[in-house]
Design a protein around this ligand. Sequence first.
Ligand code: DC
Length: 232
Amino acid sequence: MESAKQKIVIAIDGHSSCGKSTFAKAIAARLGYIFIDTGAMYRAVTLCALEAGAIRDGEVDAERVVGLLPQINISFRFNAERGASDVYVNGQCVEPRIRSIEVSSAVSRISSIPAVREKLVAMQQQMGRDRGVVMDGRDIGTVVFPDAELKIFMTADAEVRARRRYDELTAKGDKVTLEEILENVIARDKADMEREISPLRRAADAVVLDNSRMTVEEQMEWFMERYRQIVG
Ligand code: DC
């Protein structure tokens, strides 16, 4: 643990399915930092919208979603078994429901509603106000913490990302094809990068980590070198 040193904000943005959460979680454990998975927050709002009937047949009623926001109270609680925090909505744990295919298919549209982003960005800024956080998402280095001391933009070849997701899902027993996963990966990249509000882009001062051909250990080594350059 290196927690006695100056605490900083580590912003990790990048494409979907390139191992951002795994990487961020490992860094947080190594440094004694808090890990915040901001995608889980967008997923939690999406789950609430689905349950309230504000998304029907794939159609999002944005006005209704905005109306639900004041009643959605999101928090994180550490789960020692997972070595990460679970997401709670109004005191109720919503893991693993936020990882369902229904939520995954609707989350892009929910995360492009300006009022949703406004609420979640404000919460994220509050969570990181004392520094000592590793936050992963799409707009952390550009919008949430433009002053983050260390910004990492993660990517990997689309084929490599699709293969990793495919292996993960088939190991869980899901019946999927590599082709449909690759299509989904490409579609999500496009949606994240082309949306009007806070699109995914590399902050000018972010360092790029392409982990297509790197092990988790190699990524950690790469990270510690950059971290030490900043913190000493
Ligand atoms: O990281 P993830 O796949 O769990 O994220 C779910 C969705 O939320 C993804 O479609 C992009 C969106 N998202 C976002 O718009 N901004 C963030 N900071 C994090 C996620």
